[in-house]
Ligand binder design. Structure first.
Ligand code: FRU
Length: 505
């Protein structure tokens, strides 16, 4: 007889070592920095979600383990941002934090809001102590963008280089090519277009590039963008919108300023070989990564654990709150020239006792499949470990294919060709499969895995983070986590303590 499953868990999938607003929705990380001795993480924040009204939410931490929630920081409040304080970045100048964001305005009228009716006001607001923000000053408005741009121009990323400030913006042309615009300024207030770029082939690589970032890693510059609408392939670009990077053949400011037309050009400068694009993540939920350099010189990254237009993919089941961002990750380049992401060293401070992997714990793991539960795997040679719902698991020296299972909910299945992330039951909310070809790895095979599991987030780091697989999951049982593995390799697992959240309801 079919078992009845309780589809309405009493918990609400609150997270234990990820940031979550007390209520409302959070999406893209914004304004990441270390300023006056503290890390500041801002992010897109919709307090009355699912009602609209985007602004910046604000967290502060000294050690990346204790987090103070300061609530809304740059919320819509003036004629330049009444439709939302969209994404942006922060740069430190003269001991103050200069935050640039896109003030979104939808003009009343019968507009399509893609090509007409939308204002993109790149706006500056300054905080001296990191808590309160001053006047909002628009520094770039629609007439300041080349005529080939649609109304989608946003996400200022500002940095200092060669004694000037540079601002990169993501944009969509009127004929739907993703591109970026680069502006230069001496005083942070008056900005001139200094360069542009789009795909070299003349064919669009997505209709819009969002959230650009430039980072210098290992002596080379990388341009990070989020192309929207790149057609899905069997083994790539499986999410509706994607995130990745182009390794650049020089400095971004030199490469892009080869644009001879600038404001008068008919199209952006096709200087980016889009075939060099590397996808950062092969999970279900990863978008809008932002990078920054901290005071010790580390390049750090965090991203929204979600993708835009999510409602086309699945319904988030949490009530009253939605979404999160990844743990802070350190970014480096490995010997193969690949950008690697790895949990910031501080995350090791979450580790409590080591939980041994044993053959006994691998047996009798039970799970759910469809509407019937069953005794899941008595997999030959398997080892397992049981945790209280969250865990940090590493497997080193992996030889050959294998599978790793989280309860009966989520499985990573590796064969000779690919690594598949598979939801078995309802924890995927009707999402089922993401495939990573092993050719996406410079080694052509899986050598190591680190899997950080939180109540409703799984972050998987493959081969030192050369590829990540980041995913929301919504298991019915959040108190018990069985990790079962058939990989030949050295397994370690740690129980984890929670982040300390201050001021979070
Ligand atoms: C990316 C994005 C940004 C925009 C923000 C609005 O997810 O679309 O381009 O600034 O979200 O919330």
């Amino acid at each position: 007889m079919a078992m009845l499953i309780n589809l309405f868990p009493k918990h609400n999938w609150r997270l234990r070592h990820h940031l979550q607003a007390p209520s409302g929705n959070i999406t893209d990380p914004n304004g990441l920095c270390q300023f006056n001795g503290a890390y500041h993480v801002f992010h897109q924040y919709v307090p009355r979600w699912p009602k609209l009204g985007h602004g910046w939410g604000h967290w502060v931490s000294e050690d990346l383990l204790t987090w103070r929630w300061l609530g809304g920081a740059i919320m819509p409040s003036c004629e330049y941002d009444e439709g939302g304080s969209y994404s942006g970045s922060a740069v430190e100048r003269d001991g103050a934090l200069w935050c640039y964001y896109t003030g979104n305005v939808l003009e009343p009228g019968d507009y399509d809001y893609d090509y007409a009716g939308r204002q993109a006001n790149e706006t500056l607001t300054i905080t001296r102590e990191g808590l309160t923000f001053g006047e909002k000053v628009p520094v770039l408005r629609n007439p300041d963008y080349p005529a080939y741009c649609s109304n989608h121009v946003r996400d200022p990323k500002v940095w200092e280089q060669d004694g000037s400030l540079h601002m990169m913006l993501g944009a969509r042309t009127r004929n739907d090519h993703g591109c970026v615009l680069l502006y230069r300024s001496d005083d942070g207030l008056s900005w001139q277009l200094e360069g542009t770029c789009t795909s070299a082939s003349g064919k669009p690589f997505g209709y819009m590039w969002e959230c650009p970032n430039v980072a210098e890693l290992g002596g080379r510059e990388y341009l990070f963008v989020c192309p929207q609408g790149v057609p899905k392939q069997e083994y790539a670009y499986q999410n509706i919108h994607i995130s990745g990077y182009f390794p650049l053949p020089g400095r971004a400011i030199d490469l892009l300023s080869g644009d001879s037309g600038l404001m008068d050009a008919e199209a952006p400068y096709g200087c980016i070989d889009e075939t060099t694009f590397v996808e950062l993540d092969y999970g279900f939920d990863f978008y809008a990564p932002q990078l920054f350099t901290d005071k010790s010189g580390r390049t750090m990254l965090t991203a929204w654990v979600g993708v835009p237009d999510i409602e086309l993919q699945y319904e988030v089941p949490t009530e009253g709150w939605a979404h999160t961002i990844t743990m802070l990750r350190e970014v480096t380049v490995n010997a193969a020239g690949r950008v690697c992401q790895w949990p910031a060293a501080e995350m090791d401070g979450l580790r409590l006792a080591e939980v041994p992997f044993t053959a006994e714990a691998a047996h009798g793991a039970s799970g759910l499949m469809g509407s019937s539960d069953y005794d899941l795997y008595t997999m030959e040679g398997a080892v397992g470990a049981r945790f209280d719902g969250v865990a940090d698991v590493t497997i080193e020296g992996i030889e050959g294919p294998g599978r790793l299972m989280l309860n009966g909910d989520l499985e990573l299945v590796v064969d000779d060709r690919e690594a598949d992330l598979v939801f078995l039951g309802q924890a995927g909310r009707f999402r089922t499969l993401r495939r990573m070809p092993l050719t996406a790895l410079s080694a052509g095979r899986i050598e190591s895995l680190r899997v950080m599991v939180d109540t409703s987030v799984v972050e998987i780091f493959v081969n030192g983070g050369e590829v990540t697989m980041t995913t929301r999951w919504f298991p019915l049982d959040i108190a018990h986590l069985s990790v079962t593995s058939t990989f030949a390799g050295e397994h370690h697992g740690w129980a984890l303590r929670d982040f300390t959240f201050e001021n979070v309801g």
